[in-house]
Ligand binder design. Structure first.
Ligand code: ZN
Ligand code: ZN
Length: 244
């Protein structure tokens, strides 16, 4: 893959600070070292009401240094609405990149960013079926909300981009080139890394190639929820080998 991600990085690894993950940051660090990684980004899920971020960052920053392994931090938050609102505590977003803050916020399409707040995939499917929402409109809103959220965050990373599409009965083929280019342009302009995500197997070859050609910084991620998965790529290794 031209400009494709290095598989010596894992830019999205969860610890037990996320309620659906099991390993400690120390266990994830040991796994990253065992996998021979040069970069690992420790990330946990937040909502606007989350209070654990200072404790999480203190634990990660207290980990012993490992030669040749760069440890980055992040919080993962969903894009809330069509305006690009982000489901993270304002003080966490304000501190991004600062001495007491996480490095980046990972913006996730866990729900559809509706005009009035997040819609579950089921609601989107109903609106598509009834004609209240068109496929083109749904794709356009998803992309423009993501662009706005990237601008708002300043220091973002795109987690599993476009992973919502299959959940609402669409595919990456439903995203026209101009919208892909819009997302690429904001990612390049803001220095926002974009994941190629092993767990969600996205984005696919067409999108990866287009974004790589546009100069987007593609990074590999497992989205591991257990230390054994850190730095383990199967789908992504194949994708890189196929060269596009
Ligand atoms: Zn996610
Ligand atoms: Zn995640």
């Amino acid at each position: 893959m031209t400009g494709g991600p290095s598989l010596r990085g894992d830019h999205h690894v969860h610890s037990a600070f996320s309620d659906d993950a099991v390993s400690t940051p120390a266990e994830n660090l040991a796994a990253a070292r065992a996998a021979g990684l040069d970069t690992v980004r420790m990330v946990d899920h937040v909502r606007v009401s989350t209070t654990y971020v200072p404790d999480f960052l203190a634990v990660v920053r207290g980990l012993p240094a490992v030669d040749g392994l760069r440890v980055l931090t992040g919080v993962e938050a969903k894009i809330l609405d069509a305006d690009g609102g982000i489901d993270a505590p304002p003080e966490v977003l304000a501190a991004l990149g600062g001495p007491d803050g996480a490095d980046r916020v990972l913006l996730a399409d866990h729900q559809y960013p509706g005009p009035d707040g997040p819609w579950s995939p089921r609601v989107v499917v109903e609106h598509l079926a009834s004609g209240a929402l068109t496929r083109e409109g749904a794709v356009e809103t998803l992309v423009s909300a993501t662009v706005r959220a990237v601008r708002r965050a300043g220091r973002a990373q795109l987690a599993h981009p476009l992973s919502l599409l299959p959940k609402i009965g669409l595919t990456e083929d439903d995203v026209p080139d101009d919208l892909l280019d819009e997302l690429a342009a904001v990612a390049v302009a803001t220095g926002t890394p974009v994941e190629v995500n092993e767990k969600w197997r996205c984005p696919g070859p067409r999108v990866r190639a287009r974004w790589a050609d546009a100069g987007v910084a593609l990074v590999a991620s497992t989205d591991a929820h257990v230390a054994d998965d850190v730095g383990r790529y199967a789908w992504l290794r194949e994708a890189v080998r196929e060269g596009a």
